[in-house]
Design a protein around this ligand. Sequence first.
Ligand code: TPP
Ligand code: SF4
Length: 498
Amino acid sequence: MAQTTADQKQTAANGYEIAHSKSAVFYDEYERKAELKHQTHYCPGCGHGVAHKLIAETIEDLGLQDKTILVSPVGCSVFAYYYFDVGNVQVAHGRAPAAATGLKRACPDKIVIAYQGDGDLAAIGTAEIIHAANRGENITVFFINNAIYGMTGGQMAPTTLVGQKSTTSPWGRRPINEGFPLHMAELLSSLEAPVYIERVALSDNKNIMRARRAVRKAIEIQRDGGGFSFVEILSPCPTIWGKDPVDARKWVAETMIPAFPLNVFRDRKIEMPTNNAPPHKTIAELVAGEVQAKPDSASPKHHHHFQELNIKIAGFGGQGVLLLGQLLAEMGMREGLEVSWLPSYGPEMRSGSAHCHVCLSKRRIGSPLVSRPQVLIAMNEISLRKFAPEVEPGGIILYARDRLPEDFPACQAQILCIPASEIADRIGSAKVANVVVVGALLEETDCLSAATAIQVLEAKVKNPTLLELDRKALAEGQAYIDHTIAVGAVTQADGFAQ
Ligand SMILES: Cc1ncc(C[n+]2csc(CCOP(=O)(O)OP(=O)(O)O)c2C)c(N)n1
Ligand code: SF4
């Protein structure tokens, strides 16, 4: 336990002076079970408790409590978030290094710690740990190796020793059948990027002090932007090993350490080559090349009559369905809206069904999934039949045919038929049918400006002949709605006023 400083010393009710107290990084009370507020869920003598203490005290000593995010695994330590008063995320089995990667990249100023058992890290999560280490993510991973699956009752782990009995190796692990134990510290040391890799053990006080130093060093490296740090902690599991806490510690010292030698396998600074580092650009810039994330004076000004417009576009692969969605999303981006584009398509490159979801919004978008579109663009009959029932009452369906199927049921949405392929054919290429539909959509709903559509097409279409066709297609789509669709058919001249 952390030693309190002189001015923190208190006198307990019974007159004793409190010389040690729980780290401030631990909650005062563990709320998992009301009746057990002051004890953890770990078995007596379990190494997880000791490892937690070393980590909590280090976080406290380094003054990092407000900056730390702990990623807890699936395993006995799944409830780590009941103890650590830091940012907590509990993730799917084995995925802690992947989640930690995302957290660290999104919040580079935070200290992100992945905490994992050997089943979690070295079995189901083998891929995640290897790739996070290989990428040299600036995260810290604490790997609790107790040579067994604790939580699930003692199945063999990748780290189970040769000859060690488990419920799934009742005769003892035999390399001929189950292979040899995985040595994760050594394995990760074969990679270029990791900066610090050490194996320590919770076998006796001396080794626990060594473990404390390793924990501290690993977190300091991350704090200083050093790179990937990894500490393997050999840890007793008295319950599953069928030993009392003292014998379990002895077993770590006498049996585990010879099989998993304690060592600093890697301790160096590395400079990541930067000559091929990607340029620092916003996502909008990366997605759209020269597009600016925020509208500037060069972007067309457009009054959006909606807070949020959700569009579904569906048809066959090859009809430009996904591209149509991208065009709308990019137009929205240029006009300063929040946008999302979510494609969904089958395995076939052509003729399979394809659809995409597009959200245009003045607010941040919660989910890119559009299950109740206000606008459906159906490029074929199957899509019309499949998705029309999803359209919100009062919404619009643009159907890329000259008329509805005769047996098509009445629908609460406004349906506009536009023979997009025929129009596209007439002006020179069936390929631009999707742009005809964009023209129709803009004319009908006024959701985005036609000038932005031209800008996006000019940026995207490098072939001058095709660009000219696209311009025509856009104008034809607009004109069709203007001249051919009966006046009065449009019930919402303003699109989706709110
Ligand atoms: C996808 C999935 N597969 C399997 C399990 C079952 N499971 C839960 S914990 C665990 C292994 C726990 O062992 P370890 O990571 O060594 O942690 P310990 O409990 O020993 O601390 C397994 C296989 C699960 N929860 N989810
Ligand atoms: S089963 Fe083992 S690892 Fe799990 S809490 Fe008990 S002693 Fe610890």
